[in-house]
Design a binder for this molecule. Structure first.
Ligand code: NDP
Ligand code: 8X3
Length: 248
């Protein structure tokens, strides 16, 4: 049985991906900071073996310790979904809060690196593996006030391309999914718990659901070994570009 390790499985895209991969027969390592959420998810996934790890991806020592603690049954990771991440704030750069910048760069970029660095020995040792990084349309398109979030996702895109090259000799596929607007807790986090403002983001059009992104990830990681779906841009039908959404 293949093992998938999913960061940010306590909510949104990561949670839906856990459900989809369990249905595809993977056993799962699900991770995040909110343990009770992960326990609730594990109960729903009772048809497959699940191991929970709780850590903050920004804490390198905690990441290393958590991955090293995996029991033998879960240690041979086949698939890594680097999904944990968020936007924090939406402000012009001159008004930006450096604490928000740290949270985005440390979580979305360095966290992805720390987790990959900790998991990769299990892949290079076995010369097999598949990594899917969750980027964003924001990684290739600028939008006003997106500054540091866009930069963090541009870094994810470049890391995806360079990791792919580094890992080619090790038979490890590296890929990226770049969603547009998906209704999750993303905007609630970006606007620091302001649910009314978060809700406005998805008003007047039908956004992607986390399950739509999970479907694509599930497709990617179940291709035959000679196929790498390297990059996917996934929009809701009403979206044409990062900042162009047709609202009714
Ligand atoms: P959610 O807020 O619903 O989920 C974010 C997940 O990431 C949670 O499980 C959270 O877990 C985890 N996470 C965040 N920060 C950390 C951290 N420092 N350490 C460990 N885990 C962390 O948002 P989404 O599902 O939408 O976001 C998932 C990914 O998709 C992100 O990388 C986001 O940038 C990307 N994305 C989202 C889009 C959208 O429109 N929603 C569009 C394009 C990309 P916990 O809080 O329990 O730690
Ligand atoms: C999340 C989508 O457009 O808010 O990455 O940046 S967006």
């Amino acid at each position: 049985m293949q093992t998938a390790f999913i960061t940010g499985a306590s909510s949104g895209i990561g949670r839906a991906t856990a459900v989809a991969l369990a249905k595809s027969g993977f056993q799962l390592v699900i991770t995040g900071r909110r343990r009770e959420r992960l326990e609730e998810l594990a109960q729903q996934l009772s048809g497959t073996s699940v191991h929970i790890l709780t850590f903050d991806v920004r804490d390198r020592a905690a990441v290393e310790e958590a991955v090293a603690s995996l029991p033998a049954q879960f240690a041979d990771i086949d698939v890594l979904i680097n999904n944990a991440g968020n936007a924090h704030g939406l402000a012009p750069v001159q008004d930006g809060d450096p604490a928000d910048w740290d949270a985005m760069l440390d979580g979305n970029v360095k966290g992805l690196l720390y987790v990959s660095r900790a998991v990769l020995p299990a892949m290079t040792r076995r010369q097999v593996g598949h990594i899917v990084n969750i980027g964003s349309v924001a990684g290739s398109e600028a939008y006003a006030n997106g500054n540091v979030y866009c930069a963090s996702k541009a870094a994810v895109s470049m890391l995806t391309k360079t990791m792919r090259l580094d890992l080619l000799p090790h038979n490890i596929r590296v890929a990226e999914v770049n969603p547009g607007a998906v209704e999750t807790e993303f905007s609630k986090v970006r606007f620091k718990g302001d649910e009314a403002r978060a809700g406005q983001v998805y008003k007047g059009f039908e956004p992607l659901r986390p399950e739509d992104v999970a479907d694509v990830i599930q497709f990617m990681v179940t291709r035959p070994p000679h196929v790498n779906v390297a990059e996917v841009l996934l929009f809701p039908a009403a979206q044409g570009a990062a900042a162009t959404i047709h609202r009714r």
